[in-house]
Structures are given as C-alpha cells and as structure tokens.
Ligand binder design. Structure first.
Ligand SMILES: [Zn+2]
Ligand SMILES: [Zn+2]
Length: 145
C-alpha cells in the first residue's frame, strides 16, 4: 500500500530539463531538508531549495555537469546546456552529495523532513507543513552513510 505522505523506497531517478544529465540513487536518502538561506535562494533562482542528500558513492550519473563554488564549503553543479541545477557537493563532507528534490522524475517520492535557515526565509513564504524549523543549520545530523 502506498503512503503518499512518506518518502518512498529507492531507487530514485532524475535529471536535468534537457536530458543531457541523468542520475540515479539506489539507496535511501540520509536527509531531506528545505533550505531557506540566501545563498540557496540566489543560486537556485528560487525562494528556497528542497534538497535530498545521499552517500556520494551511491550516485550513478551520466552526462557532464558544470559547477560553481558558491561558498568555501560548497560546489553547485548544473547542466551546461539547459542550466538546470543538479548536484550540491559539500567540500567539507566529501562522502556526501545532494540533489534538488524537484529534479527527480517523480518529485513526490522524497518528502522533506525539516526547514533550515528559516532566519533568512522570504517573508511571504508561509510554512504550514508541521515540519521542524531551524533558524540556521540543522541541529540534527545527516543519518549514517
Ligand atoms: Zn540539461
Ligand atoms: Zn542554503
């Protein structure tokens, strides 16, 4: 029986808008968060970033991405053809990689678990999903890889 409000089991497949870059994960996410920080807003061109993270070793990817270092601790990858934002790669946690949930083929399969950096949230964004909200980084670590 499906549970529409819960994260579903892997695999998780996704990719960019033009199809040049495809990715797949065969393991569960180690954390799914909605980040409201100003850097994510700017980098994504969106009011927030809903992101799911995985062990980097579990990533299967085809196609090439370009990347930009948005801060000392983060590379942000994107398709050089269509511009879709893809992988979020922490420099200080090289065994971890994130993807925007919206780039999944079925973006409903992974459900966010918490909001982070709500201190930088846009004023008109209303949160009524009942998830925990944290003013800055998550006090809850990623699950074990
Ligand atoms: Zn593309
Ligand atoms: Zn952020």
């Amino acid at each position: 029986m499906s549970q529409p409000d819960k994260t579903r089991e892997p695999p998780y497949d996704g990719g960019c808008l033009c199809g040049a870059v495809r990715y797949s994960f065969s393991v569960p996410t180690i954390g799914a968060r909605i980040c409201h920080c100003r850097t994510c807003q700017k980098a994504m061109g969106a009011p927030f970033l809903a992101q799911a993270s995985f062990p980097k070793t579990s990533l299967n990817v085809t196609g090439e991405t370009a990347r930009f270092r948005s801060s000392a601790r983060l590379w942000r990858h994107f398709c050089g053809i269509c511009g879709t934002r893809l992988f979020i790669e922490p420099v200080d946690a090289p065994n971890r990689i994130g993807i925007p949930i919206a780039t999944l083929d079925d973006p409903e399969v992974i459900r966010p678990e918490r909001h982070i950096w709500v201190s930088e949230k846009l004023d008109w964004v209303r949160i009524d999903d009942g998830l925990p909200q944290h003013p800055k980084a998550s006090p809850v670590p990623y699950r074990d890889i």
